[in-house]
Design a protein around this ligand. Structure first.
Ligand SMILES: [Zn+2]
Ligand SMILES: [Zn+2]
Length: 185
């Protein structure tokens, strides 16, 4: 599956956003405005201005909407959720080539709040995945003590674990065992 660069960046952002929720991490990774500023900085979300409690609550709300999309049992459910989220964010698609990046589309409105910015751009990235017929790639880690979200970009949709150190290791161990079994058999 060929994914445009900006879509990939938006996917990284939405995965990180969903994984700040208490159900993925112990404690809330977006518990205060300081954490929200750090998140915006980490994902190079420009022009967010001054962030307050209202922004924090709005982003937490958008985060739970995205979590629902990752939990969607089928493309129809995911599509309805993405449509609702993106419509509420009031998108204004604009071609741009700011800061040395090649031409790409910003979906958020020029004066969008950070919550609307995330809902529009990350929502459209997930829309792209649904359009590609790849909604099943939006996954939750299958490790028993881990529920982190991830996007499975492996060729054969075989990824089962998130990329955190512990779960990534499980994957390596499983692959190693499989190779040994193959070699032995
Ligand atoms: Zn941009
Ligand atoms: Zn995991």
């Amino acid at each position: 599956m060929l994914i445009p660069h900006d879509t990939r960046i938006a996917l990284d952002t939405v995965v990180d956003l969903v994984n700040t929720a208490p159900e993925s991490e112990p404690g809330d990774g977006l518990a205060d405005t300081g954490a929200l500023y750090a998140f915006a900085e980490r994902h190079l979300i420009s022009g967010v201005g001054v962030l307050g409690e209202k922004d924090l609550r709005a982003v937490q709300d958008v985060r739970s909407r995205f979590a629902e999309i990752f939990a969607a049992p089928d493309a129809r459910t995911a599509a309805d959720l993405v449509n609702g989220l993106v419509a509420a964010a009031g998108t204004t698609p604009q071609l741009t080539n700011h800061d040395g990046y090649d031409w790409h589309v910003h979906y958020f409105a020029p004066d969008a709040s950070i919550a609307d910015h995330l809902a529009a751009d990350c929502g459209m990235a997930l829309a792209f995945i649904v359009v590609a017929g790849e909604q099943e790639r939006l996954r939750r880690c299958e490790a028993p003590d881990c529920r982190r979200a991830f996007v499975d970009l492996s060729r054969n949709r075989s990824r089962r674990y998130c990329s955190s150190r512990t779960c990534g290791n499980r994957l390596h161990v499983a692959a190693y065992r499989a190779r040994r079994k193959e070699a032995a058999g």
